[in-house]
Structures are given as C-alpha cells and as structure tokens.
Design a protein around this ligand. Sequence first.
Ligand code: ADP
Length: 182
Amino acid sequence: MNIILFGPPGSGKGTQAVNICENLSIPHLSTGDMLREAVASGSDIGKKAKEIMEDGGLVSDEIVLSIVKERIAFKDCSNGFVLDGFPRTINQATGLDSLLDVSQKIEYVLRIKVDEEDILKRLIERGRSDDNPVTIKNRFKTYNSQTQPLIPFYENRKILFTINGMQEIEKVFEDIKKVIGL
Ligand code: ADP
C-alpha cells in the first residue's frame, strides 16, 4: 500500500507514519528526516538545506525529488511505503507521479487536519531546533501558500481522506485504520 501523509507542521504526521509503517511492515519515508540526516552528515545537499530549514522555507524541489527518487528505488519500497512530509508543492506531486511506475500508484492521501493555534503550542513544547516561534510562523506560511494547493489536487483524484488530528494519538490512528481498511 502506498500512502501519503499530509498535514501542517506539527500535525502528528511523523507519529502516525510510524504507527502505519509498523502495522503494515512498510518503510517510512520522511523527507524531513532525510534532510536532517543530510545536514548532520555535512553533505552537499545538507549544506544547501541547512539554512532553508532553519528559516522554515522549502528545500528546492530538485533536491527533494532527487532524494526521494533514490530512496523509493530501494527494494524495501516494492511492497509499499508511507511518504511523510512529501510532496509539499504541486511540482513535487507531479514529479512524484513521474517517479512511480504503474504498479506503484498512491492509494491514499491522508490529510491530518488540526487547528493552527493548538499546533503552535505543541511545536514549542516539542523543541526541535527548528521549533522556535519565528521558524514555526514561517513554516505555517510556507504550508499555507505552497502545500495547501495539494488538497484540491488530490481531492480531484478522489484519493484524499481527511482525518481529525485534534484527538488522542490512538484515536487518530483508529480513524486512519478505518480509512485504509486495517
Ligand atoms: P514539519 O512538517 O513538522 O515542519 P518536517 O520534518 O517534515 O517537519 O520538515 C522539516 C523541514 O525540512 C521543513 O520545514 C523544510 O524546510 C524541509 N523539508 C522537509 N520536507 C520537504 C519537502 N518535501 N520539500 C521541501 N522541503 C522539505
């Protein structure tokens, strides 16, 4: 099963991705994690990504598509995968389409819906290095302008499912399981 987890920063995508992946024994592909690894390793990609991430902006589609392309070609993705934090722009979504072959169709785009004020609190409590108020504000801005347009994009394909993210972690997961038939 190929799944996209979609939602604003701090919506709990990462947590739910782990739950789904454990349940289905498929890999968790988080572009945020991949980029943080690149930054930590000091690679060329990491050097380019570091400041942008600290600013709350988006790393270029070209870079992100190249790391996803490489990762998705691994054998462990042949039985499915969960994409977390990707695609984040229409360009990434169309880029993803061309990376996938016919047998790798995205079946579910799970949109975790939350309200911004509550998330702000959540993110500040989480305390990752990009979880300071200025960066968080920018990440929301970026989300609203660049990532939100993916909602109608996937709605048109009839694969978008909205999950109420303002519930206990377990309850959110229950709702996800209902949608994907687990
Ligand atoms: P969150 O969604 O909670 O903000 P992520 O771990 O998904 O956190 O992403 C952290 C940062 O990594 C983003 O703010 C962005 O700078 C960068 N990033 C992650 N995924 C992408 C992507 N698909 N395209 C561009 N930049 C990305």
